[in-house]
Design a protein around this ligand. Structure first.
Ligand SMILES: [Fe+2]
Ligand SMILES: [Fe+2]
Length: 414
């Protein structure tokens, strides 16, 4: 901080040194690590403000007075040099903030997804060069889930989750939504799980959530050129992406996660009819957690925006997921080709070009175009119905669970 400024008193600034925060995020029991300011416009001077320090030591104010004060301010400001302390404060008090019903659901949801994003992005970065996920990272993720589980497993939080639906697809945001959907689904359907006792069930809800958060961490091992490709993936890239499930479990090998969590991650792309990957399991061969994760995963993928495709609405996504595909035989044939050859099918090889370099380039571009066309056809075909991919009873339970939130109306699908 500028030495000439007095952090306890007033600071005259153009606003760039401060950031606005939600006053009700401040819980009144511990506030000594950073200062809170109000912003006052200076009369006659455009773009210059007076930031007046409001609270420094909350121990000197009765709690009820402090709560009233915090509720009465629309916005408070933190000096950017103290943002680190504020972020840590939010993490430490997350469980209290998320449980505060007087804060709008949307604000609490955004706070949760921001904090969670930071942690999961850290996980994805950490894994680029390592062979297993460090215990410190897992502990911090577990701590975060424990603090947030009461909030994210509550059906009411679907309202907050709904505000995150329809945005651009990013692996870490996708992972948060899949974990969140799993928390809600497992919590709302205890009859599906053979566990006795409340503590065991609560533990299961936490494990399902962590599993959802980590199900795609293996993507950190996939070349970013493939992972972040703006266009559709060709067949070769598609096969490379498929390796992420194995990478995910490999990174978690030393984690001591229960077998059902590891299997849930490994098999979250298996389809009910045996057309999925990595092992082409079908029906009862697919573990329960994997089936649930698969449903949450596809629901989020369909409702997210991609550079090459618009997002579906939650209703459209579930209509596709529950729909019977009229061209299933053709779709299965195409999936088989990818599985068997692992290569982009190409029917015409450019032979007439004499220059070998140009011939190679032409061949490559032909190959890519052909692959693109086939992937496009596969996606279009898939959009005509995907019920063959899912356990019909679980999918029904998933639709019923989401339908319990006022944010969705799937009554015509049920
Ligand atoms: Fe995945
Ligand atoms: Fe996924």
């Amino acid at each position: 901080m500028d030495g000439s400024m007095d952090i306890d008193g007033e600071i005259v600034d153009d606003g760039s040194s401060f950031t606005g925060i939600v006053p009700t995020f401040i819980t009144p029991n511990n506030l000594t690590r950073f200062h809170l300011y109000e912003k006052i416009e200076l009369s006659g001077e455009k773009g210059v403000y007076r930031f007046r320090c409001l609270l420094k030591d909350t121990r000197s104010i009765p709690e009820s007075t402090l709560i009233r004060m915090l509720m009465s301010w629309e916005c408070l400001y933190i000096h950017k040099q103290e943002l680190g302390d504020y972020d840590q404060y939010l993490k430490d008090n997350l469980h209290i903030i998320l449980a505060n019903d007087s804060i709008a659901m949307e604000k609490r949801s955004l706070l949760f997804s921001d904090i969670c994003s930071e942690v999961i992005q850290g996980v994805l970065k950490e894994n680029f060069g390592v062979s297993s996920l460090g215990p410190k990272t897992l502990t911090s993720l577990n701590d975060l889930v424990l603090k947030a589980i009461g909030f994210i497993s509550n059906i009411d939080s679907l309202k907050g989750l709904a505000t995150l639906i329809g945005h651009d697809y990013e692996t870490h945001i996708h992972s948060i939504k899949v974990g969140w959907l799993m928390a809600i689904f497992v919590k709302a359907n205890p009859h599906l799980f053979a566990v006795s006792g409340r503590a065991s069930f609560e533990k299961l809800v936490v494990e399902a959530t962590v599993m959802g958060f980590l199900h795609d961490i293996g993507k950190a091992k996939i070349p970013s050129r493939v992972l972040n490709k703006k266009g559709r993936l060709n067949n070769l890239e598609y096969v490379a992406i498929q390796a992420h499930t194995a990478y995910s479990v490999s990174l978690l090998f030393e984690s001591n996660f229960p077998k059902y969590v590891m299997e849930g991650i490994l098999y979250h792309h298996e389809n009910e009819d045996g057309s999925g990957y990595p092992c082409r399991l079908k029906q009862d061969e697919i573990p329960l957690f994997a089936k649930i994760c698969h449903i949450a995963d596809v629901f989020d993928a369909l409702t997210s925006k991609r550079p090459y495709k618009a997002s579906k609405t939650p209703y459209e996504a579930l209509a596709i997921m529950t729909g019977v595909n009229p061209k299933l035989d053709i779709l299965q044939q195409m999936e088989n080709e990818v599985w068997e050859t692992g290569a982009a099918p190409v029917s015409v090889v450019v032979r007439n070009e004499k220059n070998p370099d140009i011939r190679r380039l032409k061949h490559e571009s032909r190959l890519n175009k052909e692959a693109e066309k086939r992937v496009e056809a596969r996606v279009k075909l898939r959009d005509r119905g995907m019920s063959h991919c899912f356990d019909s009873e679980l999918l029904k339970a998933f639709v019923l669970t989401l339908n319990r939130s006022e944010s969705f109306d799937f009554s015509t699908l049920i």
